[in-house]
Write a protein that binds this ligand. Structure first.
Ligand code: GTP
Length: 828
């Protein structure tokens, strides 16, 4: 051992002599065992409460100088600045045979050390390039994973110290503003585990009352119970002491640190010129001796050596640290042994599980079982999401209405001018809640849609075609129905697409819920024998495809159903007036197999807001008939509604096929003659009415001037800007008013009653009842050969094998450490 570094009394306050520290086989074995355990803990990310020393302090307070003094040689650690970006865990091994320092860096991903760095002066450069490589790999500016360096040397201590970046008040030029806070955060994290001893350095020139970093250290260790305080650069203070009482008061720290805290006062050589390692150690011992000599000879009365003697000088500090570490090693050995046994069992169980997974990966039956369980779990999670859950975090996984619109690329409701915002539009939602919100948004959008402007020419075309029948009401109905069809149809499609988008996202949400559940299960038990499916891209793609296809099909069916309802409401409108609601259910019946029969119970359409039928409209219907769905000749069948519609003008009648299966009467020759006569009368009447109507709408020569044919809104008409001549019975205004009213009623009927019910059941019931089954059939109802095509994933197996190899090594290392500690326990 290095004689020059020997302290004055040769005995540490921990009661362990230097000879015991360096030559006792027990303490050496202990130190070796802990060093190895420490290395494997860093390599495998294990948390083991091993006693360790962390050096903390302000910048330039002398941490690196202390580290070099403990190492017994200079490797320019001060220039590396490694602490500012990555902590350095320095494992110093006192090896009497190593007359030159042997420094080796631990591999990043294992507990093995690389070759010795030659010459030792290249250590700083090796640390620098290792740091840069790691930060490049992780893509970060700083990393808290330490670099582990093992230094074996005949003149170093048996100590492990974690060097940390010095606290700073302000970032250097070019550095991020947050650097001071980042450093504090990193040091706090490193110093937090209670098994770590803090060595806190502060320069002697700073008074404790104005200490910059004492509070930061107290935030980590409030009573300084595991903190060793070191007053550095003690030589700078010496000349200020003239009397004994001054020194003694200073050495007692004036009560600032509490009675139980006794700081060390250390001075180290300040010259930076490159000297040999031997000269370096000699100068450390010289400075140590000079400090004591100064206090004894240059201060009147000297100092209280009994009280402070073992606290002055580097050699005393070094001895104390080594003894303290040994003491803690002995203390924590039983707990470490127990923990090691537990960890060995856990890692061995994980290894067994991964071995089983590896052998299962090639087995069709196991794969089928695992994938079926996964698909079924996904189906369950999707249903749970519809029913309402709070996991995964809605703040991360949910979407606001705005985000939903952007992601679905459906930013507008067709025909609706303004922005439609449902309640809770700004909340991030998913699953059932998001579905309901889209439905509400649809209701708002549809309700804000009024009957589009009606032009005079539209009205004229209908009225004039009616051959003189008083058809204002019929015209209004006809206009309202076609407006409803053309304006509500795109709105219904949009609602379906928006809802389908919300449901499509359930796939990823469901997977996330499975991942969360697995993580709970993983932490609870590690003996699962399931196969890790994460690498089987083809299987995951097929599963996603099956889900999305199911949603697409539901969307298609829902669109058809709501369109059917639109056609039913618009076409049966007149029919209902005529027939009352005796055959209501039939009007809304859907095609067999569409699965929406539950909507058949929709209440009767009440056009006047009551349950009756507006007599005026009924009269109008009687006059005008339902001509829209009528072919030019004879009767036709409207397949979409199962309603037979027959032109009343030809003497037939409208029939509802399913509930009122009536065969149309064949007209008799007498009837035919009577009809011919009636037609002639109608033609005369038409000529008369036509001239009346033309006059009323400003026809004839006036038409061009007064702008017939240009669009005129109902509002304009009501404002009196219509082109009537103040006539109360102006047919145009009358038609517009009635058409708007009918449009509103058709819209409300659809939007407030039938469509939301249909969308709800059309989208959600199949997911609840059939999704899991249909996906299972699509993926698994196939031959083993076809099924295994989804599992040609060599990367997945490779990944698993790699995982297994790392785990095997981990297991082996822990077992070796365990054996070592078992042996150690016998000699404690
Ligand atoms: N006078 C005197 N100077 C010292 C002493 N210890 C260190 N120094 C000098 O103080 C300066 C800073 O010392 P370092 O060891 O680099 O300080 P540090 O805490 O590691 O600084 P950072 O790595 O920047 O956080 C160097 O120039 C040292 O030579 C000492 O005991 N007395």
């Amino acid at each position: 051992m290095d004689e020059t570094c020997r302290g004055q009394n040769g005995r540490s306050p921990g009661g362990v002599s230097e000879a015991e520290i360096y030559s006792s086989p027990a303490s050496r074995a202990r130190y070796e065992a802990y060093s190895r355990l420490q290395a494997s803990a860093v390599a495998f990310g294990e948390y083991l409460p091993i006693p360790e020393i962390v050096a903390v302090g302000g910048q330039s307070d002398g941490k690196s100088s202390l580290l070099e003094a403990l190492l017994g040689f200079r490797f320019n650690v001060r220039e590396v600045e490694m602490g500012t970006r990555r902590p350095l865990m320095l494992q110093m091994i006192h090896d009497p045979g190593a007359l030159e320092p042997r420094c080796r860096l631990q591999d990043e991903d294992s507990d093995e050390y690389g070759p010795a760095i030659v010459p030792a002066s290249a250590v700083a450069e090796a640390i620098r390039s290792r740091t840069e490589l790691f930060l490049k790999r992780t893509g970060t500016a700083v990393a808290s994973k330490p670099i582990v360096m093992r230094a074996e040397y005949a003149f170093c201590s048996n100590l492990t110290i974690i060097d940390t970046p010095g606290f700073i008040l302000k970032a250097k030029k070019g550095e991020s503003e947050s650097t001071p806070d980042d450093i504090v955060a990193m040091v706090r994290e490193l110093a937090a585990p209670p098994n770590r001893i803090l060595v806190f350095l502060q320069q002697s020139s700073v008074e404790w009352c104005s200490s910059l970093w004492l509070d930061t250290v107290r935030a980590i260790d409030p009573a300084l119970r595991r903190t060793i305080v070191v007053v550095s650069k003690f030589d700078n203070r010496l000349k200020e002491f003239a009397e004994k009482w001054e020194v003694d008061r200073y050495l007692s720290a004036g009560g600032y640190l509490g009675d139980s805290t006794r700081p060390f006062f250390v001075a180290l050589p300040k010259e930076r010129s490159s000297v040999s390692n031997e000269e370096f150690r000699r100068s450390i011992a010289r400075v140590d001796n000079e400090v004591v000599r100064h206090l004894r000879e240059n201060v009147s009365g000297g100092f209280d050596e009994d009280q402070f003697g073992d606290r002055i000088g580097f050699s005393n500090l070094r001895r104390f640290l080594e003894a303290e570490l040994q003491r803690r090693y002995r203390q924590s050995a039983p707990a470490t042994l127990a923990l090691l046994e537990q960890r060995c069992d856990e890692v061995a169980a994980r290894l067994a599980s991964i071995d089983a997974r590896l052998s299962n990966s090639a087995d069709v039956a196991s794969l089928r079982r695992a994938t079926m369980m996964h698909a079924a779990a996904l189906g369950r999670q999707v249903v749970a999401l519809l029913d309402g859950v709070a996991e995964p975090d809605p703040a991360e996984w949910g979407r606001t209405t705005y985000e939903e619109r952007t992601e679905s690329r459906i930013t507008k409701w067709p025909g609706v001018a303004g922005d439609v915002l449902p309640a809770n539009a700004g909340l991030r939602m998913y699953g059932g809640a998001a579905f309901e919100r889209v439905l509400e948004e649809f209701r708002y959008a549809a309700c804000s849609l009024d009957c589009p402007p009606i032009s005079r020419v539209e009205v004229a075309n209908i009225l004039l075609a009616q051959a003189g029948r008083p058809g204002a009401a019929a015209a209004a109905i006809s206009i309202a129905r076609s407006a409803a069809k053309s304006w509500l149809s795109p709105l219904l499609d949009t609602a379906c697409n928006r809802l389908a988008h919300v449901l499509s996202s359930l796939f990823d949400l469901g997977l996330e819920r499975i991942r969360i559940e697995d993580s709970y299960r993983d932490s609870a038990s590690c003996d699962r024998l399931e196969i890790n499916l994460s690498g089987y891209v083809a299987f995951h793609a097929a599963l996603r495809r099956a889900h999305q296809r199911f949603i697409r099909d539901s969307n298609k069916r829902c669109k058809e159903s709501v369109r059917e309802q639109l056609m039913a409401v618009t076409s049966s409108y007149i029919h209902q007036l005529k027939c009352g609601w005796e055959s209501n259910a039939t009007v809304f019946s859907s095609r067999p197999g569409t699965g929406f029969s539950q909507n058949l119970s929709a209440p009767p359409l009440c056009l006047d807001g009551s349950d009756g039928i507006e007599p005026g409209l009924l009269g109008a219907f009687a006059e005008a008939g339902d001509e829209e769905n009528v072919p030019p000749h004879g009767s036709q069948t409207d397949n979409r509604m199962n309603v037979d519609i027959v032109s009343p003008g030809k003497g037939e009648r409208l029939m509802v096929r399913e509930s009122q299966m009536t065969v149309p009467d064949t007209p008799s020759p007498d009837q035919h003659h009577a009809k011919e006569a009636a037609c002639a009368a109608k033609r005369k009447e038409f000529a008369l009415n036509n001239s009346r109507f033309v006059a009323a709408v400003g026809g004839g020569d006036h038409r061009k001037k007064k702008g017939v044919g240009s669009r005129l809104t109902l509002q304009q008409a009501n404002d009196g800007r219509s082109l009537n001549c103040g006539n109360k019975t102006d047919p145009y205004t009358e038609v517009c008013t009635m058409a708007t009213e009918h449009f509103g009623k058709i819209r409300d009927m659809l939007v407030k009653r039938t469509v939301p019910l249909t969308l709800n059941s059309g989208f959600l019931n199949p997911i609840r009842d059939r999704l899991a089954g249909e996906v299972a059939v699509e993926l698994f109802a196939t031959t083993d050969e076809r099924f295994m095509e989804m599992f040609v994933a060599p990367e997945a197996l490779e990944k698993l094998q790699k995982e297994r190899d790392v785990l095997y090594k981990h297991c082996l290392t822990l077992s070796n450490c365990l054996e070592e500690f078992r042996t150690l326990a016998c000699s404690l």
